[in-house]
Design a protein around this ligand. Structure first.
Ligand SMILES: Cc1cc2nc3c(=O)[nH]c(=O)nc-3n(C[C@H](O)[C@H](O)[C@H](O)COP(=O)(O)O)c2cc1C
Length: 226
């Protein structure tokens, strides 16, 4: 169960604790435009560095989403981007743990099954079958504090969607092939893609919707100095 059926309204603590990324959506259940508009209206009150409000959001659904996805999958088949940043080795353990739960328990793919893992990567570019995706961008001239602002905004959007019974998953993979978005939605050269967000109703029957990614204990990284 994704907890999306929990009774509402939700407190902020409940929404944060219950939320999790969704890796399988119901493709033929569209996301009501009215809900999206309400979510973006409320999220507009997010904190931001100098009140720059750096987020630029492109919401894509319907036929346009299918066209974008076809091109993204084709791009993937032609190769991964050359300049990909690898996280430092000290974080490998957490990344591998996530892979074990997601690929192993969730998608039922063995560790050595390269083809299976590639299929999951391909699913990324189909937004895990979500009927809607949002692209979170910001001006290329901005810097780290502004990425934090976009992150705060993004999480507010995710929680507001959750409150409405909608699941989502942020996707950095949507920044891999910016040329697709330039061609398909006229994405400006001035903008950089921070990440995508697949949005939709979770497929409650999918095993991968039932798994949870393990988290560190908060005491491991919060220190108090008095
Ligand atoms: C900035 C960002 C980018 C992410 N990119 C991807 C992605 O490209 N593909 C994917 O499947 N999940 C992606 N995720 C989801 C994470 O894998 C997920 O948040 C993490 O495993 C923790 O799980 P939870 O969201 O269920 O708590 C991303 C999350 C964030 C915050």
């Amino acid at each position: 169960m994704s907890n999306l059926k929990a009774s509402r309204p939700l407190s902020v603590s409940q929404a944060i604790s219950q939320r999790h990324s969704i890796h399988a959506f119901v493709r033929d259940r569209p996301v009501p435009r009215q809900i999206l508009e309400e979510v973006f209206k409320v999220a507009q009150n997010s904190a931001s560095n100098f009140n720059i409000q750096p987020w630029e959001v492109k919401v894509i659904s319907g036929e346009k989403l299918s066209q974008v996805q076809d091109k993204l999958v084709k791009s993937l088949e032609n190769g991964m981007p050359k300049e990909m940043l690898e996280p430092p080795a000290k974080f490998r353990d957490r990344i591998e743990k996530q892979g074990r739960v997601l690929h192993g328990e969730g998608f039922g793919i063995a560790r050595e099954d390269k083809a299976g893992r590639h299929e999951v990567l391909k699913l990324n570019f189909k937004s895990y079958r979500a009927p809607c995706m949002a692209l979170f961008c910001m001006d290329k001239g901005l810097a780290t504090p502004d990425v934090a602002s976009v992150g705060i905004y993004l999480e507010n959007v995710i929680l507001l969607l959750w409150e409405q019974g909608l699941g989502s998953i942020p996707q950095m993979t949507m920044a891999w092939y910016p040329e697709v978005f330039k061609e398909e939605i006229g994405l400006s050269e001035d903008l950089q893609i921070i990440c995508g967000l697949a949005i939709g109703y979770p497929d409650e029957d999918a095993n991968v919707v039932k798994v949870r990614i393990p988290k560190r204990r908060w005491e491991e990284h919060v220190t108090f100095w008095e």
